[in-house]
Write a protein that binds this ligand. Structure first.
Ligand SMILES: [Zn+2]
Length: 297
């Protein structure tokens, strides 16, 4: 089996030894009138810690799912308020760009020829929430994506059969310990041949999505419809990765006060800045770019 090589696409990251205290995440600031969102920040998680945690996690997931003929491509995460490493992309294969280089193949025979995308939700809940809370947040987040204008051609349905690739494409796989500063992450699995080479059977220039495994941190105070920390918001963001979207928006950090600024504000910003249960224009544009010409199911 091909050895996974961890390749970070980041440069100029400074390490900091502070450790995240998961019990007291900084409260995000409300959006400002000019549309720029701020999140109070203090350094918490050096990239080396995040990368080491993701490498271990990817190895565990590959042991679980690797025999399906799929391999983890990398990980995209949503940074917690105050995290130093605002949601970056760490690829385990050197694919050399920051877009998600993996997309769904309509009618992929390896996924049963489906053009419908299916999602599933593991029966798992963090402290303070019930599985009904988790299911409700996941259903609302997936419905938000499914009811966009450019989703007219794309059907997204829920399945209770949580077998990746065969039955489920986007798996909300529950709550677990994640690297420090990471609220949620998506690990896209791609189809690979027996020699480990990725495939692109529809010649669209993107690797072929096999399934997405989405994990949520068990270390944060999750909430329903409350800013710290709104589960639906994070599920909406991670589902965006499950649907092929990358991060979007420029990040600025004001060193004097440690505030983060995203512009434009979007669900697919790389860091959590408060509740965002509706898609922003750039989120919708990204979705349309992927699914606007999806074959009618
Ligand atoms: Zn993300």
């Amino acid at each position: 089996m091909k050895k996974l090589a961890l390749v970070t696409l980041l440069a100029g990251v400074t390490a900091c030894g502070d450790v995240l205290d998961p019990g007291t995440p900084a409260a995000p600031e409300p959006p400002r009138a000019d549309g720029v969102t701020e999140a109070r920040g203090q350094p918490v998680a050096p990239l080396s810690d995040v990368a080491a945690g993701l490498t271990a996690l990817a190895a565990r997931l590959e042991a679980t799912y690797g025999q399906l003929g799929a391999a983890p491509l990398g990980a995209l995460w949503l940074a917690a308020p105050g995290a130093q490493e605002m949601g970056n992309t760490v690829f385990f294969r050197d694919v050399g760009n920051k877009q998600i280089p993996v997309q769904w193949v309509p009618g992929d025979p390896r996924r049963g020829g489906r053009t419908v995308l299916r999602y599933g939700v593991e029966a798992s809940a963090p402290g303070g929430l019930s599985t009904d809370d988790v299911n409700g947040a996941a259903d609302r987040a997936m419905t938000t994506w499914a009811t966009q204008r450019c989703s007219e051609r794309l059907e997204i349905e829920r399945t209770e059969i949580l077998i990746p690739a065969a039955e489920v494409d986007i798996l909300h796989a529950g709550f677990t310990a994640l690297p420090p500063g990471v609220l949620g992450l998506t690990i896209p699995f791609i189809w690979v041949m027996s020699d480990g080479m990725p495939t692109d059977i529809d010649n669209d220039g993107a690797l072929d999505y096999a399934f997405a495994v989405i994990l949520y941190s068990s270390e944060f105070p999750w909430a329903i419809d409350a800013p710290v920390i709104d589960l639906e918001t994070v599920m909406l963001h991670e589902a965006g990765h499950g649907l092929g979207q990358a991060h979007f928006g420029s990040l600025f950090r004001t060193e004097a006060n440690g505030f983060y600024h995203f512009a434009p504000m979007a669900v697919m910003n790389a860091g959590y800045t408060g509740m965002q249960q509706e898609l922003k224009p750039t989120d919708r544009a990204g979705h349309c770019g992927i699914f606007g010409d999806w074959p009618i199911h």
